[in-house]
Design a protein around this ligand. Structure first.
Ligand code: ADP
Length: 197
């Protein structure tokens, strides 16, 4: 690292944002598998797109097919998974986009690392707090069943911990909120913060 020098680019983060006429930020969705992170993030991205916002959605499973395909689900690999996603999110926010990242991200310390990449207000933690029983009942990918049978090890909520956020900007329990309600909550929040008009 000693011989690597940081280049200051002429086109800055602020200039990217200005050209896009928007206030870039990162919406970080965290919660159990099946809680609704991807579903809400996907619906939100469509809504933001209709509002002429330039966005990018980073999704846990998709990233594990590419950038992070060398990583597994040990504690160490989960930390690295989130570190890389935090870095990529930062690059995309620098590029002037509103980024939506949907990752279980079970450890508080990792989410903190991602939060620390950003100035105050640019990292918006969305805790999808749907109870485990509901997620397990939905089991959209059949993963809870496999985890209960012991076919999958270290599954969050079953034999690997999920540390609840203590101060998420938004908490959405999809056992009581529809997808539409959840999207509206987030849009209202972004408006209240002056992130979108
Ligand atoms: P995650 O990304 O958190 O693993 P997914 O979005 O992949 O979760 O899966 C959530 C599942 O729950 C989907 O099959 C979705 O259709 C279903 N679901 C039912 N009700 C809701 C709701 N109110 N909000 C979000 N998802 C819901």
């Amino acid at each position: 690292m000693n011989n690597i020098v940081w280049h200051n680019h002429s086109v800055t983060k602020e200039m990217h944002a200005e050209l896009n006429a928007q206030r870039p930020c990162l919406l970080w969705f965290t919660g159990l598998s099946g809680s609704g992170k991807s579903t809400i993030a996907n619906a939100l991205e469509l809504e933001l797109h209709k509002l002429q916002q330039r966005t990018y959605l980073l999704d846990g499973d998709n990233v594990r097919h590419g950038l992070n395909k060398d990583l597994g689900f040990s504690d160490e690999d989960r930390v690295e998974n989130i570190r890389r996603v935090g870095e990529v999110s930062r690059l995309f926010v620098d590029a002037g986009l509103i980024v939506l990242s949907a990752f279980i991200s079970p450890f508080r310390s990792d989410r903190q690392i991602a939060r620390d990449f950003f100035p105050e207000g640019e990292f918006i933690e969305v805790y999808v707090s749907t109870p485990l029983a509901v997620c397990e009942e939905r089991d959209p990918k059949g993963l809870y069943q496999k985890a209960r049978e012991g076919v999958i090890k270290q599954f969050t909520g079953i034999d690997s911990p999920y540390e609840e956020p203590e101060a998420a900007e938004l908490v959405l329990d999809t056992s009581v909120l529809s997808v539409r309600d959840s999207v509206e909550h987030i849009i209202s929040y972004l408006r209240s913060q002056g992130r979108i008009s």
